[in-house]
Design a protein around this ligand. Structure first.
Ligand code: GAR
Length: 221
């Protein structure tokens, strides 16, 4: 079967982009990374995509008067490259509701928190400040609001004594790199689907077990 054509939208270093590229190198992976677009000309991820021989494009938001114009240019590039699914990977531009609805069910994002908690910016600092004991990341369909939309998958990690934002971010990022390719695979294979406002899964997809912090064995539980 032909592989699904994926575009990855980035603004920065592109480690999630790299994780998707690495996953797609497996001949059994159902998708190929056909295009990387950055809204920032100097995004380090662009160099990495170039080294991988992947088609790259810069669509600089500063060249457009309105969000609608920028999103129209984005849409043109995606349509020209015959893209099936779009993955936002550290893409720090708010997309218009029109764009989100054009790509409904085919546009996903990764965010470094267990949504709907801690959407937005400075997430790791805010989680440490709030004293949460579990943190994590979320892959979700993109809707008109920032960091919202039906959730496809989440990975949880403990927040440990002595964590600062940097240490916590590194622990979460490691899981982002596992979760994103796995969720994209489910989507492309039709094993996770957008059904109205929620996501439905194949019967074969189930979860078990709990991550408890502090561990109950150590707490004498
Ligand atoms: C990642 O942690 C991603 O979850 C986050 O930006 C980082 C990009 O890193 N995205 C958001 O905060 C979206 N609201 P990367 O460029 O190395 O993939």
């Amino acid at each position: 079967m032909a592989k699904a054509r994926i575009a990855i939208l980035i603004s920065g270093r592109g480690t999630n982009m790299q994780a998707l590229i690495d996953a797609a190198r497996d001949p059994d992976y159902p998708a190929e990374i056909a295009l990387v677009i950055s809204n920032r000309p100097k995004a380090a991820g662009l160099d990495k995509a170039g080294e991988e021989g992947i088609q790259r494009e810069v669509i600089n938001h500063k060249d457009f008067k309105t969000r609608e114009d920028f999103d129209a240019a984005l849409n043109d590039a995606l349509k020209t490259a015959k893209i099936d699914f779009v993955c936002l990977a550290g893409f720090m531009r708010v997309l218009t509701g029109g764009f989100a609805s054009d790509w409904r069910g085919r546009l996903i994002n990764i965010h470094p928190s267990l949504l709907p908690s801690f959407e937005g910016l400075h997430v790791h600092e805010r989680m440490i400040e709030a004293g949460v004991k579990l943190a994590g990341c979320t892959v979700h369909f993109v809707s008109a609001e920032v960091d919202s939309g039906p959730i496809i998958g989440q990975a949880a990690v403990p927040v440990l004594p002595g964590d600062d934002a940097e240490k916590l971010a590194a622990r979460i990022l490691k899981e982002e790199h596992r979760l994103y390719p796995a969720c994209l695979r489910l989507l492309v294979e039709g094993k996770a689907r957008l059904t109205g406002a929620t996501v439905t899964y194949d019967e074969s997809i189930t979860a078990s077990g709990a991550l408890i912090n502090p561990p109950i064995e150590q707490a004498g539980g």
